[in-house]
Write a protein that binds this ligand. Sequence first.
Ligand SMILES: [Zn+2]
Length: 280
Amino acid sequence: MTETPPPDADARRAIPPVICYPPEMLPKPDLAGCLAAFADYGKTAEVNVPPRDAMTFRVPAGAVFTIASVEGPQVGDLNLWNAGDLSERFFSGKTRALHGTHVSVGDRLWSCLPYMRPMATIIEDSLAWYGFDAYGGGVHDVIGTRCDPYTGRLLSGTDYHHCCHSNLTRALADATGMTLAEAEPHVHDVLNVFMCTGFTRDTHQYFMKASPVRPGDYLEFFAEIDLLANLSACPGGDCSAQHSSDTAACYPLKIEVYDAPTVPGWRSPAPNGYDRSHGR
Ligand SMILES: [Zn+2]
């Protein structure tokens, strides 16, 4: 029986963990410099994302963008690409490995291999007070993937067309002129903005609960490279009950883009310096 524990099972379990990637080793963002420059920022664009839909927007390197709750509690699913090369996109898994399951001020959103550089840095978060609740839940997770019609099909046997995956696919197609089939493979695992999630203590299953976000709350990012961004207002609304349907109350999300004087000493990060020889 493989389930019989070995005699030293307790001793093996008692070995303390080590942090895989000590974040203090990473290059540090200049938060004070970003916020100081932000005092002179001017708004250059405003985009309203309708409920159960997605909108793209562009943010030049060195500019700032905010995602804000308006009208009612609502979570958003964010995709990011290098505006000049869609093969460089947000890497949710590595961002999680570097910064933990949920992100906030000072954390970076990293791009995929082989580029692996900061795409954006979170500089303000009105929900930073939330921390982790008694269930282990936190906000702004990089553990969920995005709601999608394929999982919905498996679980319910029905087709729902306004999951975040489909919303992001339509919006990317509209922004680039690609067909839906061409755009869909570019859609990737998201930053779940305002979503409150965690893993259950006993079974370690992914859970969601009502987001603490309220109108006026916002998450603010400094763009480290030229970005094409895409935000879906999730059909789950505040994700207190269900998604992948038209059941939940849903609200818009507001995006604002601000341009500013260059932060002193800041330069857009170069792609990762690894030489890609892979031992040959
Ligand atoms: Zn969703």
